[in-house]
Design a protein around this ligand. Structure first.
Ligand code: SF4
Length: 791
């Protein structure tokens, strides 16, 4: 166990407005100041003056209008929100600003289309005929029907789709406790391929440029600094339009600042002249769906022209390869294509000429991109949801994009790329109820009783499509129409219908796949006249198209009326509280209340029907008296990141141990250290703590987090934040190995593999074609004329 020591001082960084506090001991006061010092004092004074004049209550929460979930300051007067600003105290994400969309969020809260009270369908599905009912009636009828479905088909016949990932935990918990592992979120063709490479290689998700500033960084002298320097020298956005598409405000601000302050070049590779392209240094208009071809050519160029002895060609950072598992194997497989001739264009694979013929970019431009990316450090190659997502070989593009960043030394490097999943704060913990899925359940399959974990009943894990690993919901209509037959795992052969669907804050009908298929599935009837999908519950704040097909519509409190935590995109360990700043409007209810009401009624009906219930009172209404109780449980795992990097974020605490607790308690060593579990636990972060700190908490970090320092050998070793099997960056795909094992055991090859001629997934570099590029696939030429805007 490391000896605990106190920090000497904190230096507050380079912003003109920052005050330097030298010689101070660390404590809450310091962190308090660190929140405040990021905006000039006079600005803060002006804000306070305005507030005083208006006689308003000031509350802090987090935006939910896009994935950035910036901290907000909200003014409330007489129970009504009158202003929305950026939170001036927590400039971490947005530098205290709020974008236009955040302010427009009030149009959602006070929308005339809000669902005001529970509704019950009286016409046919899709006709839009509903009558007002009470909450009591709605909950009673839904719970009764759910128990009836459970009795007929088993609890797995319920699928809960929480649409967006935010504030979903209560619904997942209820679904898992009910006995179904089928709780999913949105996903069709956008984000899944983008995150495929990171998932395979580092067990992560989304790669973003390291431009989120300012961030608290431990400096080599032990001081803690609000680091506000932009180190990136080159950012290449491929099919990613952060200035408009997802409004990740820190990415917009960071890109502009990196350009202005650090002379960072910004290239945009995109078929369209996007907003980001219009502000970039160079725009590379590529043919849609060919970014994988571009990446392959860039990689070949870098490998062929790398020369460590020539500073103008020193592309590869060999020191990184020590932390890469399977590099030689990957290289061999990649190179095995180099002499093959592409039958479509007659060029050898991955050459500049080959890529020119496919991408439409002149080969000089491709060479330039490869060279400039290889030689400029730090640099970030970023591919968006819309690049690998929208073509057939998107997974290959995503893997190649990762490899390019890794071998050039830009992964987890200051100013390079950061995997958001493996650095952001943990939250949720036991509140999400995932542990219910580990309960053992029994099913009779072909007359034989089988017992295994509830999780193994999942409708699509390792299902017909590899994307089912990510709970893609595009194939739901087929599941509703045909039912589910488990093809893998212990419950192989188990059949069940998808009979109940709870859709919460999503518009599956429009966003998840072909609309007509969803309509067909929602309205399909059995011979006895009953809908195949026997129960469809729609829960949301406003009524969207998907709601028109529901049997029941329940009004959920808007994001300013309920409590939760920020979730998705930060590249550093931070948490913002999404606080309820006003009371729920009309008859809308908070997720915690909806969960408890349904749980209680299901419990009553199950006790009546089965004499026992899967719902435990002590896990619902007895435990969570308020939504704050629920959120406090979600916070019990925060920040949950290992103490890694050099200097260590917390040099006073053992390296590699998972950190749990408030920033101050960790800083001051008010912790319990568990050497067996390798955890350090300080004082838990709570709603109260977050409120006291303007709605946020943040923890310091370092770069190069996939390495740990070996004290004995005085050298770096693989490990750190990477949670892969080998603790290295894996270019041998162990995840695929696991899936292959499952498929081999079952003897059923997924249809999507068969299409590619595969019996197994390849465990190292693989390539398959971009099917819908008509330059490489003559079959698609006809679509060029029918859908010219897409191709
Ligand atoms: S960038 Fe997104 S999260 Fe931030 S204020 Fe704008 S809409 Fe809200």
């Amino acid at each position: 166990m490391s000896k605990l020591s106190r920090r000497k001082f904190i230096e507050l960084g380079s912003l003109a407005s920052l005050a330097v506090i030298a010689g101070a001991t660390l404590g809450p006061a310091i962190y308090e100041k660190m929140h405040l010092v990021q905006i000039p004092a006079e600005n803060l004074r002006a804000v306070k003056q305005r507030i005083k004049k208006r006689d308003v209550q000031v509350k802090y929460t987090a935006c939910v209008m896009c994935a950035a979930e910036c901290a907000l300051e909200v003014w409330v007067k007489d129970g009504r929100v009158v202003r929305v600003y950026g939170n001036p105290h927590l400039t971490y994400n947005s530098r205290g600003a709020a974008c236009a969309k955040a302010i427009a969020g009030l149009q959602l809260v006070y929308s005339p289309y809000r669902i005001k009270y529970p509704l019950k369908r009286v016409g046919e599905r899709g006709e839009g005929k509903f009558v007002r009912i009470s909450w009591e009636q709605a909950i009673d009828e839904i719970a009764r029907k759910l128990v009836e479905i459970k009795k007929k088909y088993g609890p797995e016949a319920l699928l809960t789709d929480t649409g967006d990932v935010t504030d979903r935990d209560q619904y997942w918990r209820l679904t898992f406790a009910f006995g179904s592992p089928n709780a999913v979120e949105h996903g069709a063709i956008c984000d899944t391929p983008r995150r495929h490479g990171p998932k395979l290689i580092v067990n992560g998700k989304r790669w973003e440029p390291d431009i989120l500033r300012p961030v608290p960084i431990r400096m080599p002298d032990g001081s803690l600094k609000w680091y506000d320097k932009h180190d990136a020298k080159l950012i290449i956005y491929v099919g990613w339009n952060p200035f408009t598409a997802t409004r990740i405000v820190w990415e917009t601000v960071g890109t502009v600042r990196a350009k202005k302050e650090n002379g960072c070049k910004v290239f945009v590779v995109d078929p369209g002249f996007s907003n980001t392209a219009s502000l970039a240094d160079e725009w590379f208009p590529i043919r849609p769906g060919t970014d994988g071809d571009l990446f392959a050519a860039m990689l070949r160029y870098i490998l062929e022209h790398n020369n460590p002895a020539d500073p103008t060609r020193n592309y590869i950072d060999y020191s990184v390869l020590k932390y890469v598992e399977g590099w030689e194997e990957f290289l061999e497989n990649f190179k095995s294509w180099w002499d093959k001739v592409d039958p479509v264009n007659g060029f050898k694979y991955f050459t500049l000429e080959w890529a020119e013929a496919r991408t439409g970019l002149p080969k000089e431009k491709i060479e330039y991109l490869a060279h400039v990316f290889g030689i400029t450090k730090p640099a970030a190659l970023i591919w968006g949801m819309q690049s690998p997502g929208h073509h057939y070989n998107g997974y290959v593009a995503s893997i190649l994009g990762c490899v390019l960043n890794i071998i050039t030394g830009n992964f987890e490097a200051r100013g390079g790329v950061i995997d958001t999943e493996i650095v952001k704060s943990s939250k949720g913990g036991t509140a999400t109820g995932r542990w219910f899925n580990t309960r053992k359940v029994k099913r009779i399959i072909n007359g034989v009783e089988v017992e295994a974990e509830q999780e193994k009943l999942h409708y699509a894990r390792y299902g017909d499509w590899p994307a089912a690993w990510d709970d893609v919901v595009g194939d739901l209509p087929r599941m509703i129409m045909e039912g589910i037959e488990l093809k893998y795992g212990p419950f192989k052969g188990h059949k069940y219908p998808l009979a109940a669907y709870i859709l919460r804050t999503g518009n599956t009908l429009i966003t998840a796949g072909p609309v007509y298929k969803f309509i067909e599935a929602f309205t399909a009837k059995k011979p006895d006249g009953e809908y195949k999908l026997e129960l469809y519950v729609y829960i949301d704040t406003i009524l969207l198209e998907s709601g028109l097909y529901a049997d029941y519509i329940l009004p959920e409190a808007s994001y300013l009326e309920r409590m939760s935590l920020s979730d998705i995109y930060p590249t550093h360990p931070i948490i913002f509280l999404r606080d309820a700043v006003i009371e729920p409007l009309f008859e809308s209810k908070k997720p915690t209340d909806i969960m408890n009401m349904l749980a209680k009624k299901i419990y009553e009906y199950e006790m009546k029907e089965f004499g026992k219930s899967d719902i435990m009172p002590e896990e619902f209404w007895e435990k969570y008296k308020t939504e704050e109780d629920f959120v406090n449980e979600m916070l019990r795992v925060a920040p949950g990141r290992p103490n890694v990097g050099r200097p260590l974020p917390y040099p006073n605490l053992p390296e590699g141990y998972t950190l749990i607790g408030t920033p101050e308690s960790l800083e001051e060593g008010r912790v319990k250290i568990d050497d067996e579990k390798k955890t350090v636990t300080g004082e838990y972060v709570t709603v109260e703590y977050l409120r006291k700190h303007y709605g946020g908490a943040f923890w310091p970090m370092s770069w190069y987090r996939y390495r740990e320092w070996d004290e004995e050998k005085q050298d770096w070793k693989p490990g750190g934040i990477i949670k892969t099997k080998t603790k290295k960056l894996e270019l041998h795909f162990y995840t695929y190995e696991g899936i292959n094992k499952l498929v081999t055991e079952s003897g059923v090859v997924p249809p999507s593999w068969r299409k590619l001629g595969w019996e197994k997934l390849p465990t190292s570099f693989y390539w398959f074609e971009t099917v819908w590029n008509y330059y490489t696939n003559p079959e698609y030429v006809k679509y060029r004329d029918e859908y010219p805007f897409q191709l």
